[in-house]
Ligand binder design. Sequence first.
Ligand SMILES: [Zn+2]
Length: 320
Amino acid sequence: MNKGELHVHLNGLVSTDVIRGLLVRDRSELPSGFDLERDLNILKPADSLSSYLKPWQVLRLIPKSKSCLRVIVESAFLNLKSQNITFVEIRNSVIYLALLNNISVDEALCWLVTEIEEVSEKYKIQAGLILTVSRGDYAPEHLRALLGAYEKLGKPNAIVGLDLAGNEEIVSPAETGSLFLQAKDKYGLKVTIHAGETGRIENIISAVDEFGADRIGHGTAASKSVEVMALLKKRDICIEVCPISNRLTNAVNEWESHPVIDFIDHKVPFVICSDNPSIHSSSLTEDYLEFFCETNSSQHLCNMYENQKKYSFIRGLCGN
Ligand SMILES: [Zn+2]
């Protein structure tokens, strides 16, 4: 089956072997007790979101050069190719790339856009980049830096959207939402917000009302409220459902049925995505299988490619 991928983080898509090889080659100093054989993958439900995020303790140590970034992007696209993915929206928080390499945010964004454009062309996979901003005090500052770089680079077509991610308990400064809205208005960038992954339904409502979300990442908490599901349906806001990730982060506990069943019942739009497939030692195909196990619905999988095109932020895909 041809597929589209609308929610995947660059570092979570790169093969674990490649990550391990780069860390060893660069003699990166690992956090004490971090086992490169054991701790780069999450294969069973984590005790908490922070233990799920353990691989990022070392993922944030790479790439330490432009050539290393190339290796990472190549590995990511090879993995997409193996899944018959014809278009992808890749997320990355470019700020850490700038800090790690001691370069400006402008230069870091230029590196990333260049590599994605070249490798996308090489593997004939249409690609868009979503700029991820982390929740917290620095969210407005980081977003301004990213948008400044976007302007300086001449608003590359490869950049298609903005994303807010990170600990949902953390409140970001009030202006963050209006900055997202302004970016939508001024540049036509689309918005997706990681919201409602850890039960906070109010984050879904604020994603829609304050950030102008076009899509919601995970959104598992939406199933708790008929009103919120009606809101998402009415505004045609698509939920990025990541079945394997949701089980491994415990966003959906093992004794619960997956909320996607409620999304189907209430006709809330959704697409299946993989989030961090290499961390899960998995793939988008396995997320489709997990979805089938949860729902017994093959019809939604048959329609998935058209649905992914419809809700993609990449312009010019047929169907959107
Ligand atoms: Zn995610």
